[in-house]
Design a protein around this ligand. Structure first.
Ligand code: FAD
Length: 578
């Protein structure tokens, strides 16, 4: 059941075995799987409100309305980013049931946004296994969880998808819907032609096979023309109907508290000016508040670098200096090209009648342009292995079959377009970054925003990768397939490396993939925050299950990783309490 008010919860007079903090992407997986055992009572505490009936979340291409600066977002801003000329940039996070899987848009063509489903490379996960000394985190051992999570679904227009994905690597009986685009775009055939016309952009049948290098058809978490989030899937009515599963909305956890030698008590507020409330789990508290929320709660609870906490007036409880460190994110540059066409997203952006028709079509049949995100294709590519910058600093990618950068290809400009013109996007993203940042506090005010410093382009390696990615994006548009189509790059009047770098630093942003702030490490390691079974090191009763546990960011959009972690963690928790 979903409850809005703690008084309704108290009236039930229940005791919970597990309290999950954060009803986001990973948290809802854990809540679902643990409640499969009817003997276990589960409570989810979610700071945000309900996703139900919020059209901006349901209609795939309306999600630009869902964030930023809306009621469904935490509306964070980063600290000034040295690598971005000192700019502070928006750092969106979902503040709603389903967490960031409910707001995964951010890519703002008037009608379009992303719900990209990408797993990463085999090497990404094998690196997790190596660095944690736990083979359970390897690709081969996680593949069953990937397929357990996924229910491969037909595209909204039911077109023939042969040759666009590899069924052998997908799951057909899981919970999160994954599909191919359900509305063809006029540039699809040009993109596919370009993969055979140019060296270096090979066609890849399925970027989710563990070998992502190449250009392939995008996969997205959409079913029957509607977004599939962890709230619509793992908390679907058949699961919420379980008598042992409860969700309390508008419940913002401020701290976890140690009682009788274990950290099983959560302190939370429903009314930001109200008295703190507490609840204690009989078995475990599971922090799933995400890569920003989880370290924020740990630090306020006195779990972090004890000397730093003391100076902030926070009573240290457990010295874990890695809490909040190792923040990694993916830096993106919106890059678009003016094109010789009127058949791009911009046409509906500039034509209210057409936009209304598209919505009417979606509303009556769940078909048409609004069923998709803007990208029909993504390229996953590498810079040369012998790039001099790697000799000095090392190669940050997980291995030779893991991309350094991504090119997101879309039939229009992703940020709000100018009043005139039609565009093609080829958006570079640094997906194997070397830069690391942090989430820290500058106050003991429990409700203040933490300081978020992703350190975008803080490493020379990332500047190099982004520069080469920009060149690669431009080169992609020189394929003969675009001859009568692409006219000129927008805003990029750069010929030298220095000019490209200047353009990047002035314009780059985030693709909202923060990870790593409560990283896993080997059981015996002094660094790290959680053991490979996701228990907080040195404490009893407390686990972390969200993307903060990721030691190295995967070269992928990160929602799949959150689902995968949620699935494996659920089995780990079940094993401990059998
Ligand atoms: C705008 C945007 C677009 C994105 N687009 C994509 C995409 O296209 N494809 C993709 O793969 N990934 C995308 N991502 C990234 C992906 O959504 C996230 O990496 C992933 O969902 C994170 O999962 P999580 O479980 O770690 O955290 P979240 O899903 O963020 O869940 C954390 C939950 O905890 C709650 N919470 C936080 N603090 C507290 C507290 N103190 N008390 C109670 N509850 C709390 C939050 O409200 C939230 O519901 C996007 C993210 C954003 C923000």
């Amino acid at each position: 059941a979903i409850l809005e008010n703690v008084a309704d919860l108290n009236a039930l007079n229940l005791t919970f075995d597990f309290i999950v903090v954060g009803g986001g992407t990973a948290g809802n997986v854990v809540a679902n799987r643990l409640s499969e055992n009817p003997n276990h009572k589960i409570l989810v505490l979610e700071a945000g409100g309900s996703n139900t009936g919020v059209l901006d979340i349901i209609v795939p291409s309306f999600c630009r309305e869902a964030t930023p600066n809306t009621a469904q977002d935490w509306n964070y801003t980063t600290t000034p980013q040295v690598g971005l000329n000192g700019r502070s940039i928006a750092h969106n996070r979902g503040f709603v049931l389903g967490g960031s899987s409910s707001v995964s848009k951010s890519f703002i063509v008037e009608h379009q946004y992303y719900m990209v489903y990408t797993r990463g490379s085999k090497e990404d996960f094998n690196r997790w296994a190596a660095v944690t000394e736990d083979d359970g985190w390897s690709w081969d051992n996680l593949l069953p969880y990937m397929t357990k999570n996924e229910i491969w679904s037909p595209p909204a227009d039911n077109h023939n998808t042969a040759g666009k994905f590899d069924p052998a690597v997908h799951g057909f009986e899981g919970i999160t819907a994954v599909s191919l685009s359900g509305f063809p775009t006029p540039i699809d055939s040009r993109i596919i032609a370009a993969t055979s016309e140019l060296e270096g952009y090979p066609f890849n049948l399925d970027m989710n096979s563990g070998n992502p290098i190449g250009v392939g058809w995008g996969q997205l978490t959409v079913k029957d023309g509607e977004r599939s989030s962890s709230a619509t899937s793992y908390l679907a009515s058949q699961f919420l109907g379980r008598p042992n599963l409860y969700v309390l909305l508008n419940a913002r956890v401020t701290r976890v508290l140690e009682t009788s030698g274990a950290v099983r008590t959560v302190e939370f507020v429903q009314d930001l000016n109200g008295e703190p409330l507490t609840l204690t789990a009989t078995k475990e508290v599971i922090l799933s508040a995400g890569s920003i929320g989880t370290p924020n709660i740990l630090l306020h609870s006195g779990i972090g670098n004890s000397s730093t906490l003391t100076t902030l007036g926070i009573q240290p409880v457990h010295n874990l200096p890695s809490v909040g460190q190792n923040l990694s994110d993916h830096t993106l540059l919106f890059l678009s090209f003016l094109v010789n066409s009127t058949n791009t997203f911009e046409t509906a952006v500039h034509n209210a009648t057409l936009a209304a028709e598209e919505f009417a079509q979606w509303n009556t049949s769940r078909t048409g342009p609004l069923v998709d995100n803007p990208l029909s294709h993504i390229g996953w590519l590498r810079v040369p292995n012998n790039s001099p910058v790697f000799e000095q600093f090392g190669d940050p990618s997980a291995g030779p079959n893991t991309p350094h950068f991504e090119l997101i290809i879309a039939n229009g400009m992703i940020p709000p377009p100018p009043p005139e013109g039609n565009f093609l996007s080829v958006v570079p993203v640094v997906v194997s970054p070397a830069s690391r940042g942090s989430v820290t506090l500058n106050t003991n005010d429990l409700l203040a925003d933490p300081l978020i410093n992703p350190n975008h382009l803080g490493s020379e390696v990332d500047v190099f990768i982004m520069r080469e990615a920009v060149k690669s994006a431009v080169r992609f548009t020189t394929a003969p397939a675009w001859d009568d189509y692409v006219l000129s790059a927008v805003g990029l009047n750069a010929t030298t490396d220095a000019e490209i770098d200047a353009f990047v630093r002035a314009n780059a942003a985030t693709i909202y993939h923060p990870v790593g702030t409560a990283s896993m490490s080997p059981r015996s390691a002094a660094w790290g925050v959680v053991d490979p079974d996701l228990r907080v090191k040195g404490l009893t009763g407390l686990r972390v299950v969200d993307l903060s546990v990721v030691p190295f960011i995967p070269a992928a959009h990160t929602q799949a990783a959150a689902y995968i972690i949620g699935e494996r963690a659920s089995d780990l928790i079940k094993e401990s309490w059998n």
